[in-house]
Each structure stands twice: as C-alpha cells, then as structure tokens.
Unconditional design. Sequence first.
Length: 249
Amino acid sequence: SITAGGRFDDHSTFGWHGTYKFGVAYLIERDWLFFKIRGNYATGYKAPSLAQLYDVRYGNPDLDPEESESYDAGFDLSLFQDKVKYYFTYFHNDFDDLISFDYATYRYKNFESAESYGIETGASFSPIPNLTVSINYTYTQGDEGRYDDLSITPEDEIEANISYYALQGRFKISTDIYYVGERFAYDHTHHIDDYTRVDISSSYKIHKYLKCWFKLQNLFDEDYEEAAGYPAPGISAWGGIRISFEKML
C-alpha cells in the first residue's frame, strides 16, 4: 500500500509553506502470521511561537521558522493470533534552524542544524492464558545545534509491563518498570542520573459503565529527577471511579 498527504500553512509573518508525507507498506497475512514491512518520509515546518518571538526576557524577534525532514523504516511481526508480537523501527530526524533555548545568552535562538536518530524495538507474548508480558527499548543518538549530544533525551530507555486479567477480563493488575538512562540537562553543563521506577496498578469493572481503579507509583521510593533540580515525588498512591458516559449513549 502507498499513502501520501500534504498540508499548507499561511502565517501572517512568515507566509505560506507546504509540507508533505509519504509512506509505503507491504503486508503478508496467513492464519498464524502477520508480517508488515513499512517506511515513511515526511517534511515538517514550525513557526516560532509568540512567546519565543516577543517574550520580554527570553524572546528573539529575529527567529526564523524551523524546518525538518524525517524518515523511518521497520517491520511488525505477529504470530499465532497475536500471542507473540515483535516490532523494529529505525528513525532519523534532521532539523534546519532548530528553535531552542540558548543558555549562553538566555534567549531563544535558531541553531543551524540538528539531528536525532536511533531504533525502537519491542516484543510481547502471552505465556499462559490471561497473562501478557511486554518489553520495549529505545536507543537515541544525535546532536543539538552547537552541542554534540541531545539534552533531556536519554540514550537508553526501557519499558516493561506484566498484566494479568481475571473474572472474564473485568479485573486487571499490572506492573510497569521504567528505566531511563543518564542524559544531559538543558544547559549541557551536567548530567541527570539514570533511574529505574516501578509502578503497580489495578482496576475492576463493576458495570459496563463503571470502573474503579488504584495505582501505586514509584513503589520502591526511588530518588530521581526527570528534570535537573526538580526531584520527582516518592512513593505515591491514588485511586478513583471512572464513569463512561459515552457507552450510555
């Protein structure tokens, strides 16, 4: 299959600009097999925001729009009616006139060029009825303007999930494990440490319109920062009742 699309934007300051995307895919389907090879290419365009242009303290009225090109390629595999799944994607993004905050001048600035690239891969399987296990991994590299590394974006990220369903799917309990690797802070002067966080959640469907849920986040009270200088909360618990009005209509 082939897909294509386009978009035109008219900005009062920067005028008209067009972007487009293009994708191809090839699919093989059997009773026990689903296999898809895919690829995509897209262009992007982003005008600076009013705050980036005119903020009294940080704005820069000389900013130009940011332009980008991105492409990805990969495949999806599913076996035995989705009992085993695997996917792999390579991605690459190129930016011209990247709009980012410059800590040397404390103003927004256009960086001549930047790029990010890497892979995303993951698998899921059901070893026994009502139990699913999944794991996803992302590896990212790149450069950001005058810096040789990306800020905030870690090189390695891992997410794993174990979910069990009971009572004909009305009850669910899940464990989520997140690993976020070491990464640079926004100013690139120091690193933010890596961390591992474990969450547990459960839900019970009382009625087709009504569900109660409970979540424990950061079960082992991990001390970590998502942004430099801003410690994340320790162990936290909350719950609630969710009513689905949509299903009543």
